[in-house]
Write a protein that binds this ligand. Structure first.
Ligand SMILES: Nc1ncnc2c1ncn2[C@@H]1O[C@H](COP(=O)(O)OP(=O)(O)OP(=O)(O)O)[C@@H](O)[C@H]1O
Ligand SMILES: [Mg+2]
Length: 364
């Protein structure tokens, strides 16, 4: 079995321990400190919170805001998840208190509940208030703290423009719930939680998740290969140099290396073969991404792949035929917001996906 996995949440043996981060999260969450967890895409936020919650032994549920269509849908998810934490005998009691009554189906063998509201427009606000309040009522009765994790929280603004105010208005009185907000669009998350004008201003403690540290990632990769009797010690530095220790891309590259590997001791050439293979496999996606870019965006990206790393300099715009430094600046901001480029303090601007960067270099 391939010892590397990429895509969704990873757990168990596919997850490097991230011990420090888990410890910090668990201790904050147990103390009732609300958390805002941020990082660029695919650094492992969802996986980390999963592990932390498992470690904590606390009752919790996750709402993936990406999957929520509208406010009624949110209420459905909310009530269903909250009820699943309570004792079966108590469910009727909780449902009785809801002003808008749901349709309920119960699987007798598993006690699994399916709840659905079909609220009329005039009822939506009441329905939402009741649903958002329900976990606090349950937690109080159980005398146990409940943790609610909102994944991709920035999606709140797509669901409804009133939702932020509504949620904050209700959450601020909750004594028995810890809220964890996960977000990958940093600018939007900062806007929601750090702009004084917005309801969630300073609602939780910010934690930025970084890439996995190179020594820890090296150990993990070497161990995973060696469990399959493969020695990766000679190429580990080159693997991490290529991926920049990005959790997702590192697992993707190692996954491919494992597929291609025929020898028991890995040598450098296999990295190039694996990269080529990935670039070829994703040709359709990469080409679609490229074609969705405007002309100026393409120029900025071409410049970056060619090793010129300051897109807002006079030299850069002259070399790549961009109208002005401000045009270049706004293109960079847009691409950073979209996650196509990454820019960290004291680091240079980079193309986020190292395989796409290779594809661009190869195809031009
Ligand atoms: N602790 C870890 N150890 C090893 N690999 C990891 C770890 N965390 C994340 N990864 C790799 O990164 C991938 C993405 O992880 P995850 O979905 O948790 O990230 P995310 O930050 O929630 O992503 P998104 O921004 O897409 O929601 C995983 O499938 C795995 O390959
Ligand atoms: Mg996630």
């Amino acid at each position: 079995m391939n010892p590397f996995k990429f895509g969704n949440v990873v757990t168990g043996q596919y997850f490097t321990d991230r011990e420090k981060e888990i410890k910090e999260l668990v201790s904050e969450i147990k103390a009732g400190q609300h958390i805002v967890l941020m990082s660029p895409r695919r650094y492992g936020k969802s996986s980390l919170v999963n592990e932390a919650m498992k470690d904590s032994g606390m009752k919790w549920f996750r709402i993936n805001m990406e999957l929520i269509a509208d406010e009624v849908d949110l209420a459905n998810y909310y009530v269903r998840n909250a009820l699943s934490l309570s004792k079966f005998e108590r469910i009727k009691h909780y449902l009785k208190d809801l002003k808008v009554q749901p349709y309920i189906q119960i699987q007798p063998e598993t006690n699994e509940i399916s709840v659905s509201f079909s609220a009329e427009k005039r009822n939506i606000s009441t329905l939402l208030s009741d649903s958002l309040q329900l976990p606090e009522t349950i937690a109080k009765n159980m005398k146990k703290r409940i943790v609610i994790v909102f994944d991709e929280f920035q999606e709140i603004r797509r669901i409804s423009s009133m939702l932020e105010r509504k949620m904050r208005g209700i959450f601020q009185y909750h004594q028995n719930i810890t809220y964890v907000f996960i977000g990958s669009q940093e600018s939007m998350i900062r806007e929601i939680f750090q702009n004084k004008k917005n309801p969630f201003y300073k609602f939780g403690r910010h934690i930025t998740l970084h890439k996995i540290a190179a020594p820890e990632f090296s150990d993990f990769i070497i161990k995973r290969f060696s469990a399959q009797k493969i020695d990766a010690s000679k190429i580990i530095k080159d693997i991490l140099r290529f991926t920049g220790c990005h959790p997702y891309y590192t697992q993707q590259l190692c996954h491919e290396i494992y597929i291609l590997n025929e020898k028991k001791i890995l040598v450098r050439g296999i990295i190039n073969n694996a990269v080529d293979q990935i670039v070829t496999e994703h040709h359709a996606d990469y080409s679609r991404w490229w074609n969705s870019l405007t002309n100026t965006e393409r120029k900025v990206i071409i410049g970056l792949t060619s090793g010129d790393c300051n897109p807002t300099s006079q030299e850069f715009i002259r070399k790549y035929g961009i109208k002005s430094t401000s045009t270049s600046g706004s293109v960079v901001s847009k691409l950073v917001t979209l996650g196509t480029l990454v820019k960290k303090e004291r680091e240079r601007i980079k193309i986020e996906d190292p395989f796409w960067e290779k594809w661009i270099l190869k195809n031009r």
